[in-house]
Structure formats: structure tokens, C-alpha cells
Design a protein around this ligand. Structure first.
Ligand code: PLP
Length: 353
């Protein structure tokens, strides 16, 4: 007889790994378009020589360097195997089966999945007509069972933002025993000065956690390293449910080296931002609705045409990310990759008209 899996997991779809034809242009996972600089690869290689030893449990050196940089005490920082693992840890530490989380939809797909894995109900609140978080509706969705609220800023997959006044008002209204997680995976790509840095907001409150990652701007998605900044009791709660030694020696070394070479990262982000604006303008000119993006990707709310658009791009050797019948997310790549995407988008317009 087959071993039965927990019945309530049946509804969680298996993760489908998209086929990646060799040589395809990968604009489907919000990765950095360039490999990490040689200095980072050297640091990872040096760490590899010590692979027979376990890493430090709490990524001590990286925590200390992050604390200096961010201006927060070390006890506020938890390092994780990508910030996605910290999302899961926060849900595990703060929600019991039957509790609820609130998040926008569409937003990061991991939030409702992690909720279900923990036996937690995700209340998903539709984005507003401009593809932004509807904070009033999110407030209204909070019930006595709500333990955690996610605000993804900028939002994946739409690239839209929550600005300072709106976020402050929201934080003032959320009950103080509900944890608000500000997911800032794309913070380095912001150009809008009205989008707040979550860390000072966390420092003023007892119920705010901020998630950051080295995967996107620092081009370390394959290494798996991210961190959470939160008041010490929350940092301790997060660490409690972490998998021992989940953050490898290689990941810790890469994070440290990335901080040391942050200026190179900044220069790369500027290129991505420039290309983002060029791509957005070209797509708008071609008649597409493109919400203003503050991240390293664009959102094309193509609705029923989403799947066909995705297939058309794949036929041109370009992988983009299709989200059901809502839209398509296109990661900003290198200039020539973006040109190839624009050509594919243009031929799609001709093919369907
Ligand atoms: C990519 C992403 C993350 C985390 O990525 P990791 O690689 O796990 O650090 C977290 N939140 C959002 C919204 C993302 O898009």
C-alpha cells in the first residue's frame, strides 16, 4: 500500500521546473544577467577549501558586517538559506495550524504555499486596478486569527511599490500582535525616493520584520543567502525553527565578499535600471500596458493572451514567466537580450493582429 501523504497537502501543486532549451535567453526568474565578479568567485573558492568543516551556526561574521552596514544591533539579524527560507521560518514560528496570514495577490507565490504547508490559511487580497497592494483591503482582511501579513515592496511580479505615507498609516493600523513582514528582495533597484527603507520602520516598532536577499541585485541566486532584520525576540523566534547549518560556508563567504564589493553591485543595478526604463518605454510605445516597475522586471497584464505570449517568446528562444491568465513577468536582461525580447514582442503583435 502506498504511503499516504498528509491529506491537506494534496492541493499544493508540484513545482514545475520550466524547460530551458540550451542557449535560451533566461528572463523568467529575476536573476542578475551577469555572473558574479571574479572577486566573489575567489571568495567562494577559498571557502570551498574548508568544506570538511561545518559553517558557523549563526553566520557570525556576516551578521557582524551586516549590523555595521545597516546600523542595527547584531541581535536583530538572522541569516537564512535565501530569504525565501526566512519567509517559511517566520510563518512556522508565528502561525499555528488554523491561523491565517494576509498577503496581496498576485504577489510572491511562496507566501500562500508556505502557509498551506504549515496548515495555515492564506487570505489573499487582490491588487488594486493599478496592480498595487490594496492596503485598506488588506487591513480589512485581518481577523483575530491573523498572525502574519506580508507586504512585498516592490511587489513581485508587478514591480509596483507602497510609498512611505501609505505604509506608515498601514503599520499604525495593524494590531501590534500581528507580525508585518516587509519583503524587500528588490530594494536595490528602487529609484522612487518615496519608497521607504523598511529597517528604520522596524526599529520603531515591535512587530515588523524586513527581508532582504543577495539573490537578485548581488547576482547570488545560486548560492542561497538572504537575511531578516527584526526586533530581537522575532529574530530569536525565526532562528528557533531554522534548519541547522542551512547557510553553507560558501554562502556566508559569498555574502561577506558581496558586501565588500557593494560598489560593483551598485554599478550593475544602474545598468539594469536604465534597461528597465528603456524596455518599459519601448513596450508602452508598442501599445502595451506596463505598470511602472521599481524592480528588475516588468509586468505585462496580458490576461487571456498571457500563455500565448509566453509560448511565442519561447519559440524565439526567450524564457519569460507566465502567471496563469493574469500576465507575464519579464526579467530585465542584458541590452542585447532585451532587444531580442522586444523583437519577439513585436512579432507577437503582428502575429495576433
Ligand atoms: C526572489 C525573491 C525572494 C527570495 O529569494 P531568495 O533567493 O530565497 O533569497 C523573496 N521574496 C521575493 C518577493 C522574491 O521575489
Amino acid at each position: 500500500m502506498a504511503v499516504p501523504i498528509r491529506a491537506d497537502l494534496a492541493g499544493i501543486p508540484d513545482y514545475i521546473i520550466p524547460g530551458q532549451p540550451p542557449g535560451a535567453i533566461l528572463l523568467n526568474s529575476n536573476e542578475g544577467p551577469l555572473a558574479p565578479p571574479p572577486s566573489l568567485i575567489e571568495a567562494i573558492t577559498r571557502a570551498a577549501a574548508e568544506s570538511h568543516r561545518y559553517p558557523t551556526w549563526f553566520s557570525d561574521e556576516l551578521v557582524s558586517r551586516l549590523a555595521d552596514r545597516l546600523g542595527v544591533p547584531e541581535q536583530w539579524i538572522t541569516v537564512g538559506c535565501g530569504s525565501v527560507s526566512l519567509c517559511q521560518q517566520l510563518i512556522q514560528a508565528y502561525c499555528a495550524p488554523g491561523d491565517e496570514i494576509v498577503c496581496a495577490w498576485r504577489s510572491f507565490e511562496a507566501y500562500p504555499v508556505f502557509a498551506r504547508v504549515a496548515g495555515v490559511t492564506a487570505r489573499t487580497v487582490p491588487l488594486d486596478p493599478e496592480h498595487r497592494h490594496d492596503l485598506d483591503a488588506m487591513l480589512a482582511a485581518i481577523t483575530p486569527a491573523t498572525r502574519v501579513v506580508f507586504v512585498c515592496n516592490p511587489n513581485n511580479p508587478t514591480g509596483t511599490v507602497v510609498r512611505a505615507d501609505a505604509l506608515r498609516r498601514f503599520l499604525d493600523e495593524v494590531p501590534s500582535d500581528v507580525l508585518v513582514v516587509l519583503d524587500e528582495a528588490y530594494r536595490e533597484f528602487l529609484t522612487d525616493p518615496d519608497v521607504p527603507d523598511g529597517i528604520p520602520l522596524a526599529l520603531e516598532r515591535e512587530n515588523v520584520a524586513v527581508l532582504r536577499t543577495f539573490s537578485k541585485a548581488y547576482a547570488l541566486a545560486g548560492v542561497r543567502i538572504g537575511y531578516c532584520v527584526a526586533p530581537p525576540p522575532i529574530a530569536a523566534g525565526t532562528a528557533k525553527v531554522g534548519v541547522p547549518f542551512a547557510v553553507s560556508r560558501l554562502a556566508q563567504a559569498a555574502g561577506l565578499a558581496a558586501l565588500e564589493h557593494a560598489d560593483e553591485v551598485g554599478a550593475r543595478c544602474e545598468t539594469v535600471i536604465r534597461e528597465r526604463e528603456r524596455l518599459s518605454a519601448a513596450m508602452r510605445e508598442a501599445g502595451h500596458d506596463v505598470p511602472p516597475s521599481q524592480a528588475n522586471f516588468l509586468w505585462l497584464p496580458l490576461r487571456e493572451r498571457s500563455a500565448r505570449f509566453g509560448e511565442h517568446c519561447a519559440e524565439s528562444g526567450i524564457m519569460v514567466r507566465v502567471f496563469g491568465k493574469d500576465g507575464v513577468r519579464v526579467t530585465v536582461g542584458l541590452p542585447e537580450e532585451n532587444d531580442a525580447f522586444l523583437r519577439a514582442a513585436q512579432s507577437f503583435a503582428h502575429a495576433v493582429s
